[in-house]
Design a protein around this ligand. Sequence first.
Ligand SMILES: [Zn+2]
Length: 216
Amino acid sequence: MTIELEKRCPLCRSEKIQFFFEDKKRTYLQCSHCRLVFVPRRHWLSAAEEKATYDLHQNDPEDLGYRRFLSRLSQPLLKKLGSAQTGLDFGCGPGPALSLLLEECGHRVDLYDPFYYDHPEVLHKKYDFICATEVVEHLGDPDRVFGVLFEMLKYGGWLAIMTKLVIDLQAFRQWHYIRDLTHICFYSRHTFEYLARRFSATLEYPANDVILLHKK
Ligand SMILES: [Zn+2]
């Protein structure tokens, strides 16, 4: 067993890193401070390999099953929003669908995705809400990205995240979520409690894999 200890946690930069798990393809480390489980850089796909995987996930915005999947995030978020708010779908992927659901309810949504909508100018704007569905598990530098997201969020704004959460090692070993080689960060409720503290936000879980952070 190779235990390669990366020096710092990619989210909280703590040096308290431990071995967590190893499968045939990758090693997983865990930060003792924020409890993020992460894959060392040597196992990451290249950007081209990563994009090739995303190209396979062409989600049709008209597909009812996909709309239902996204509604687990959009429904609880919509309940929080006033009328005609401005938001960002961060990491929207090739075929924006969530933005359509939100625009149908009278909101305005900008799109950003490093592979498909690479318009970094939107990252300097301020938003009432930001959505990141199935995004944060792909981040190589979650420390920087969460900093950017909270900077873009207005006071009183909402960050709505969808990602599957780590329960424990037992469940992790058999988890389909870790078989996707584009997934390199795995969060738990502890990790989101850390983020809420760091960015002075409150935290709600409207579903098992949906997290709402409210910037106070
Ligand atoms: Zn950490």
